[in-house]
Design a protein around this ligand. Structure first.
Ligand SMILES: Nc1ncnc2c1ncn2[C@@H]1O[C@H](COP(=O)(O)OP(=O)(O)O)[C@@H](O)[C@H]1O
Ligand SMILES: [Mg+2]
Length: 406
């Protein structure tokens, strides 16, 4: 798939931006703080409905809008071609007064071809894979960063995943509130039955989705990784679920790696649901004491290993870079396998960090996909051939100019 047009209003530094894109590669260059990353962020937003870097969506609204505007609206509109058909996806970011006081509330909404839709219905319409300098946090950050990484892929390729994720999170909030109340004022614990049922039902899908995707990601990533290290390293992803989801089928087993889970193969969400419900019941007393839910996919962990060495704990910069590249290749391939369409590739300042072998591999991937947006502060990073073949656009103070090209 590829974007044919992007229109931004009050998004970050851009009061207004209208760009028509060709297929293939578009290279944005310019000094720091001119708006390059923000263009990529807007494109990624159409796939994830959240920012790949901001901690809150409010940060995305142009901060130069007059304070006196009671309602502030930011817009990202993307027109894209998928399977030969043109679609328009629009996201609105809205900040408005919250009742009578001075505070404001923020909401976002999205429309596909002019029709308001839930975000859960829109995931997977437009797919993007982004590659950002700060992504080493997949290895170095906490388990929450790794779960988020997986969830973002799953939302894009697994219909229904985002809905289960939302319902799971909502049920968790309600269950935790009830746990706190039971801990503080007491009451019959069987009030938890309803929320346990919800968590087990939706959580089982999350675990099932994660098992399914990790095996495939690993298979795909391993091939790239082997090439990049000339066969010197074997890359592995290890899923460490918070409870053993194969237990009802296979009996208690020591920490299941993803290999093992893939062998369990046929495991269905229904089987996982039963096991998860048992675990919730087992942990009930403890959970009431803690006032929070101690078991479930919100506590899952994923580890990345090269030659059995855990990259999060012992990986060198170079190893992490290689692993990241392998994972990104794997994501792109996985999206293509699942949806039949290449995702749009977003590469933010990544060339500078790569040695010639890795850079060559990445350029190879750029040749495969239908469209890629690449940013750089330094055109010297690129071969003259590459620059001659592709569009090079300059970004300066929130204005994009096409340097002698139309
Ligand atoms: N919400 C916002 N409203 C207006 N300007 C913003 C907003 N957020 C960031 N900026 C500005 O955008 C610029 C950074 O844009 P960015 O896309 O990161 O640049 P680049 O990638 O070219 O270095 C900075 O000048 C920053 O002050
Ligand atoms: Mg940038």
């Amino acid at each position: 798939m590829y974007l044919t047009r992007l229109s931004l209003t009050n998004f970050r530094i851009f009061s207004r931006l209208e760009l028509d894109f060709p297929r293939r590669v578009i290279l944005f260059h310019g000094a720091n703080a001119q708006g390059k990353t923000s263009v990529l962020e807007a494109v990624a937003f159409l796939a994830l409905f959240t920012s790949f870097s901001a901690s809150t969506d409010r940060q995305l609204l142009n901060f130069n809008l007059p304070e006196s505007d009671p309602i502030k609206v930011g817009r990202i509109i993307g027109e894209f071609v998928r399977g030969g058909r043109k679609n328009t996806l629009e996201v609105r970011l809205i900040q408005e007064p919250n009742g009578g006081n001075d505070s404001t509330r923020f909401r976002k909404e999205a429309l596909l071809n002019g029709v308001n839709r839930r975000f859960s219905e829109l995931y997977g319409q437009f797919n993007a894979v982004s590659f950002l300098p700060q992504m080493a946090k997949i290895f170095e950050g906490g388990p929450v960063d790794r779960r988020r990484y997986l969830d973002e892929i799953l939302c894009q390729i697994e219909p229904g995943y985002s809905k289960h994720l939302l319902k799971y999170t909502q049920a968790m909030t309600r269950r935790n509130a009830l746990l706190k109340r039971l801990g503080e004022v007491g009451g019959p614990p069987d009030q938890l039955d309803f929320w346990d049922g919800m968590l087990a039902e939706h959580g089982a899908y999350l675990v099932r989705g994660r098992i399914g995707i990790l095996g495939q990601l690993e298979d795909n990533a391993r091939q790239t990784h082997q090439k990049l290290t000339q066969g010197r390293e074997v890359f592995r992803l290890e899923y460490q679920p918070s409870f053993d989801p194969t237990q009802p089928l296979l009996g208690q087993i020591a920490l299941p790696g993803v290999q093992h889970l893939a062998e369990a193969g046929k495991i269905e969400a229904k089987d996982i649901e039963t096991g998860f419900a048992d675990e919730l019941r087992k942990h009930r007393k403890e959970d009431i004491r803690r006032g929070s839910t101690s078991v479930g996919p919100h506590r899952d962990e994923i580890r990345f290993l090269a030659n059995q060495v855990d990259l999060g704990n012992y990986g060198s910069r170079g190893q992490m870079r290689t692993a990241l590249l392998s994972l990104k290749f794997a994501e792109v391939e996985l999206m293509k396998q699942r949806s039949g369409e290449w995702p749009v590739l977003l590469l933010d300042e990544v060339m500078a960090e790569l040695d010639p072998i890795r850079r060559g591999a990445l350029l190879g991937l750029l040749d495969k996909v239908e469209q890629a947006f690449v940013t750089t502060t330094d055109l010297e990073m690129f071969e003259p051939d590459f620059l001659a073949q592709h569009k090079v656009w300059k970004v300066e103070q929130g204005v994009v100019s096409k340097e002698g090209q139309t």
